[in-house]
Design a protein around this ligand. Structure first.
Ligand code: PLP
Length: 400
């Protein structure tokens, strides 16, 4: 076989379906409700801080694990909000987005043969993260709301069965993409008990920490007794401050693993953009009402998109956090989710993400589709107008 190919690792996963949908959407001039990035402005104070940092010539490599003001702001805010002490020098590492923070973490802690537990459906990066770091994923199903259950749930026995002596960590994402689930304290306590029982870590992606609705509370698993020493919390500027293109994120880790994460991070990227780290320190200092207003704005958009999608015959799973709505598309009678999304983009002019891209076994997501609502009202209204062309049919009857 020719050596002029990608590695076995790289051949095990495809390019990102989410990013592909954005390209397809752009090519067809569709309203893009696929990739989760806001189409509205970032806070002026944060943009000004970035411009000032560039003009002040804060333009060279930052210290590899992150500029002190940002690291200290990350530590200060976590302690202030959640009462867990974080020592910036020993525990905070600034990375190029939470994407790199997750990859550096996985590469820093995983050995061949290690297993990681992942809830499914999952944010699609976790699959390649596992492959590239050499971890064997064990999936635990999140079941959609049905009957008396109004939120996505997991079976505690299935979760317990996924842990064993090879389990190195569980990857958790709350508030959750794509389901909108916010893990409750009871659920986190059950997860924490398993981590303690099997001496496993929790890698907790909390990028939607502040995007939470209906009076729900975000509970970081690091605040559950016994978990601060075994949790790596991952977060970033992207979603909270509407700056997904800046690529600034971080880890808060137990001091025992920070050195490993920093080494991997250093040799992967050297460091995150210096002037944007300076602006990040300003962003983290915004007053509390910034976060309250932001969450209220997203809740209003959530309700707006729920109304639009339900009027156009989608069955919606109402999210309690993050800025996506998972839908059921069975009533449209398409062969599968990918075919339906292509039709939506090309013929209707609205883009979403096929549900199958959030599952290891794509067949589990064939009747699902995710839309995002981190968009201006005018964008959501444009989607509404275009979706008016969409008609449901009796399942199976649509001619292909
Ligand atoms: N984690 C989750 C759950 C996400 O949904 C996303 C983006 O959509 C990311 C991480 C990526 O974040 P960042 O821009 O900080 O790399």
């Amino acid at each position: 076989m020719s050596k002029l190919t990608g590695s076995r690792k790289a051949l095990q996963f495809t390019e990102s379906v989410i990013r592909e949908m954005t390209r397809l959407s752009d090519a067809h001039n569709a309203v893009n409700l696929s990739q989760g990035f806001p189409d509205f402005a970032a806070p002026q104070a944060v943009k000004d801080a970035a411009c000032e940092a560039i003009n002040a010539d804060d333009n060279q490599y930052a210290v590899t694990w992150g500029q002190r003001p940002l690291r200290e702001a990350v530590a200060r805010e976590f302690t202030r909000r959640y009462g867990v002490e974080v020592i910036a020098d020993q525990q905070v590492t600034v990375c190029c987005g939470s994407t790199e923070a997750m990859m550096s973490t996985m590469m820093a802690i995983i050995d061949p043969g290690d297993e990681v537990v992942v809830f499914e459906p999952f944010y699609e990066n976790y699959g390649p993260d596992a492959i590239l770091s050499g971890a064997t994923p064990r999936y635990v199903t999140l079941h959609p709301p049905s009957g008396s259950k109004t939120t996505w749930t997991f079976d505690p026995d299935e979760l317990a069965a996924a842990f064993n002596e090879k389990t190195k960590a569980i990857i958790l994402n709350t508030p959750n993409n794509p389901t909108g689930k916010v893990f409750t304290r009871d659920e986190l306590e059950a997860i924490a008990a398993l981590c303690r029982k099997w001496d496993a870590m929790a890698i907790s992606d909390e990028i939607y920490e502040h995007i939470i609705y209906d009076g729900q509370q975000h509970v970081p698993i690091a605040t559950i007794p016994g978990m601060a020493d075994r949790t790596i919390t991952i977060n970033g500027l992207s979603k909270t401050y509407s700056v997904t293109g800046w690529r600034v994120g971080w880890t808060i880790s137990p001091a025992s693993v920070t050195g490993a994460i920093r080494k991997v991070h250093d040799f992967l990227t050297v460091g995150a953009p210096a002037p944007l780290q300076a602006a990040g320190a300003v962003a983290l200092g915004l007053p509390d009402d910034y976060y309250t207003k932001m969450a209220a704005g997203y809740q209003r958009r959530r309700d707006m998109l729920l109304d639009i999608l339900e009027r156009h015959h989608f069955t919606c799973y109402k999210p309690l956090g993050a800025y996506y709505i998972m839908t059921d598309i069975s009533s449209f009678g398409f062969r599968d989710d990918v075919e339906f999304v292509r039709y939506l983009i090309k013929d209707i002019g609205v883009a979403g993400v096929p549900g199958s891209s959030f599952y290891k076994d794509p067949s589990k997501g064939r009747t699902q589709l995710r839309f995002c609502f981190c968009k201006k009202d005018s964008t959501l209204t444009a989607a509404d107008e275009r979706l008016a062309k969409l008609v449901p049919v009796i399942a199976g009857s649509r001619p292909h």
